[in-house]
Design a protein around this ligand. Structure first.
Ligand SMILES: Nc1ncnc2c1ncn2[C@@H]1O[C@H](COP(=O)(O)OP(=O)(O)OP(=O)(O)O)[C@@H](O)[C@H]1O
Length: 325
């Protein structure tokens, strides 16, 4: 095993479906490195190419061109040995409907070289999954839980999760995110795709954003947050006529400035603006005044993604939501 290598390495990875006039370029010369031990979010709207990428990592699809390595091996030649080191949750996870959940999981556990029954029971309990139910009786959310358990149960070095929280209710999404954090604490690597920023920002160290098969950006969540737009509201003791609005408007990062009399009759004024990036300039400009109250909204990374999706490359895309749709 080559511990120093990246968990996932893709170079010039491209995939085309179909031929002739029906040809679809689903992925276009993608370069990607997922480091060992990180939680890596893979974000993009529907149809961006996320599942296509993931299927190539698992050798369920072969690239049209380019190369990919997973845990230092080529998916194509890694065989069962490599598959045991990886936990995979497919976007369209399906299992044999006639078995009970427990039987299905025990069967999958055998394929992965064995898993202590307590481990399966513990995960099922955390996700509130009944092992005695027949698979065919399960709701979509419960089937997704089976998918989560089978991906995590053998403590794989690398977890590859395609839209893992789809169908899970909010409480279980939290439990799922706790599992992801625990995997990272154990030094394992998680690669998870999503079209929802909020769930990824809660756990990911870095995120890649793709659209129409191309990589738009790769960055740490912290850095994205630092560069994100925030809405600011400040209550000043001074009235609007005493506030130098122009000086504020010139402050680096400040946009959409408004200064108006405070809503109540107590005098003073209310300053509102949006802030791009760091807050230093604004804080220094405010220091000249009496600041009665200050609200600095947490940066909304969803806005960053809307901007990336909609302004990079010019064409509009849909399919991005801010909530667990
Ligand atoms: N088997 C296929 N044959 C033809 N085109 C395909 C096939 N699979 C995917 N595509 C197309 O390739 C593009 C990328 O699809 P992909 O499923 O990888 O996107 P995705 O980001 O995973 O989106 P979603 O979240 O909707 O699954 C889309 O335009 C899709 O229509």
């Amino acid at each position: 095993m080559s511990g120093g290598e990246a968990a996932v390495l893709a170079e010039g990875l491209s995939k085309e479906y179909g031929g002739g006039r029906k040809r679809v370029r689903a992925l276009d010369t993608l370069d990607l490195t997922v480091r060992r031990g990180e939680v890596f979010g893979y974000l993009g709207p529907n149809g961006a190419g996320k599942s296509t990428t993931i299927r190539m990592l698992l050798d369920l699809l072969r690239p049209t061109s380019g190369t990919v390595r997973v845990l230092g091996e080529e998916p194509r030649s890694g065989g069962p040995g490599l598959r045991r080191r990886v936990g995979y949750l497919a976007g369209d996870f399906v299992i044999e409907p006639r078995q009970t959940v427990g039987e299905a999981l025990r069967f999958l556990a055998e394929l992965r070289g064995g898993v202590p029954p307590m481990r399966i029971e513990g995960l099922a309990e955390r996700l509130d999954l009944d092992l005695k139910r027949k698979v065919r009786q399960l709701s979509k959310g419960n089937r997704q839980k089976v998918g989560v358990v089978q991906a995590f149960m053998h403590r794989p070095e690398l977890l590859i999760l395609d839209e893992p929280t789809s169908g899970l209710d909010p409480l279980l999404q939290q439990e799922f995110l706790a599992l992801v954090r625990e995997a990272r604490e154990d030094g394992r690597t998680v690669f998870m795709s999503s079209h929802i920023m909020s769930e990824v920002q809660a756990v990911a160290d870095r995120v890649a954003v793709i659209r129409e098969g191309r990589l738009l950006t790769v960055d740490t969540v912290d850095s994205l947050r630092e560069h994100a737009v925030r809405h600011v509201a400040v209550r000043l003791d001074e009235g609007p006529e005493e506030v130098d609005a122009e000086a504020f408007a010139r402050t680096p990062g400040v946009r959409d400035l408004e200064v108006r009399p405070a809503a109540d009759a107590a005098g003073g004024s209310e300053l509102r603006c949006t802030l791009d990036g760091r807050a230093d300039g604004l804080v220094k400009a405010l220091a000249r005044y009496g600041v009665a109250a200050l609200e600095l909204e947490e940066p909304d990374l969803e806005e960053v993604f809307f901007t990336l999706y909609n302004h990079n490359g010019g064409r509009e895309t849909g399919g991005v939501t801010g909530h667990g749709a």
